[in-house]
Design a protein around this ligand. Sequence first.
Ligand code: ADP
Ligand code: MG
Length: 708
Amino acid sequence: MASILSNPIEYLKGVGPLRAELLQKELGIHTFQDLLEHFPYRHVDRTKINLIREIDASTEFIQVVGRIVSVDLVGDKRSRRLVAGLRDSSGVLELVWFQGIHGVQKLVQVGGEFLVYGRVSFFQGSPQLTHPEIEVLHGQHVTPPDFLEPVYPTTEKLKVRGLGGRQLGKLTQTLFNMLKEKDLPENLPASALTWPDPETGRPMGFLSRYEAYRQAHFPTQPMLFRQAVDRLKFEELFMAQLRLGLIKSKRHRSSHGVVFGQVGEFFNRFYTHYLPFELTGAQKRVLKEIRRDTGSGRQMNRLLQGDVGSGKTMVALLSMLLALDNGFQACLMAPTEILARQHYEGIAALLKDMPVEVRLLTGSSRSKSRKEVLGMASEGRLHILIGTHAVLEEAVQFQRLGLAIVDEQHRFGVAQRARLWNKAAVPPHVLVMTATPIPRTLAMTAYGDLDYSVMDELPPGRQPISTVHRYEDRRPQVMDFIRHEIGKGRQVYVIFPLIEESEKVDYENLMKGYENVKAWFPEPKYWISMVHGRQSNEERDTNMQRFLKGDTQIMVATTVIEVGVNVPNATVMVIESAEKFGLSQLHQLRGRVGRGTEKSFCILLTSPRLGKEARERMSILTETNNGFKIAEKDLEIRGPGDIEGTRQSGLLNFKLANIVQDKYWLELARDRVMELLDKDPDLAMEENRALKAFLQSQHGKTAWSKIS
Ligand code: ADP
Ligand code: MG
């Protein structure tokens, strides 16, 4: 049965084809339902009749009832206006019109009684209403509306067509007059409709769905408005997490995964003879989780959150060896060529005395070696393939791919993740590793379909990185400090911003910066590497290699080296124009040092003129090294829309909810969803029938449904 809410907006009284087209174009409103979900951004109180005497400097809007005592046309032809005096029992108020004077004159006549509403402005000290809304009262008793009047977001084009912020409310009103409770049936199960008051713990109840929509648009009391919005936010968050939860629970129960049943020769031999250090507790715990997942017969889809430097690469390597032990191939993907190459070299070196075939595949692999690698992969002779996005190409086929690892997730989209699944008849296990932590609330919503591991422990012997913030005029002291560290045999990074919109200027700054560093550190005593995106691969590579080997002491670079690069002897990170970077990015850059046992430093250089927010970012970084804390702050400051990798996904475009401000509802929804799926993973129970029907009716209408 089609719901009235799926009717095209054109058929709502007062819309018609022309306005319908505009509503679609301007606000994406196609159906009655869309109009219902176009929420007001504020309300004005028209439930009261005010007295003119009550107006003071703080009055914004006023609604009065009075009689017209004067009407005058003033000004010359070029700036004519109509001024009327309205008197109530307490005083007189001026009403002013600049346009449509002719029509107003007909309506507004001395002696007439009117209900008048408008925004108060002051002209030479006395209050007036310009272009007020007026309604003739033919002596009848005035009953103001019993709800707060909604004002809706709109556009200039719609305003011209008579669909301003308040006029849209008239349409919504028309719609509501047609709606019955059954048109907006309850979709939440009873178990989700009550919740404990966060302060008193007393059980509270949500408004019904119908009532919530009504009160969100036309609240009869401010309190009910808040309750309505809370209910709708909760519902939004609940449905979003339920969708992801269903994907996850379905996969847990029915997805086929290849089974890594045993730990064998590859893993054990490496672990006993070639593992260069003792694993941290966190690394061991995550490996156990991976082993449990991959041995279960279901496909693993796990997100590994670890702070910078927590040793995710070793977890990746050991997991891949586990795959080999069970007769499968493995691949590891990195977001940049530099990083892929570094992983390749590091892993190949660690495995050099083991009978493991490891190869690298990137966009710039020469066709001969590319052909060889592809052949080895498809014939099953290749054990481990390391590479960039190039690995995802159709041409890359494995004989028995069992595990795919994605390093530094936030540059890989959801869709790319899905492409990995198609690389084998039975989809391989997937491990996704983040570069820097993502806040828990964000991970819950954006990656709620993945299982979740955390590495919150750094390898032993690390000294915390000291971070300082310096203004650019202190550069000489900073350079002295660098010289001192180089004197001790250490290496240094100097990072310049590269922001797409100002690319040209940024390159000029990078070059100037390079010359400047060179002036402080002249050859042949010092050698400098430079790495940036405009270089050829060979050039970048040579520079990188020289720094890795210690042939150069200083690395001047853009953020191309942001993620993953590992040079344990580097102890100083200087970030130029640090105010241009986001928190997570700064933390990630800082993570390039502090990778060995020597004390490391990060120096944030900024202009002395800093905005409040930039100042806050600098102070957060100087206060903490904890990536999890920084991620939370980043989310607070920037909001969810801005966090890299989530923007494109469309997963966080809630209509009402905000995962930063509505953390309480998010977590409550999460808990309720988990309880529910524990009890009824298929939504087969009677009490969840309405919920199931609702989800099915929404299929295809949200970004969420696209990922299932
Ligand atoms: P990230 O998690 O940022 O990717 P890496 O995997 O690059 O971190 O590891 C950072 C550094 O720590 C590397 O030099 C690595 O060899 C080292 N490392 C990793 N695990 C341990 C450990 N358990 N003990 C000592 N050093 C470790
Ligand atoms: Mg890494």
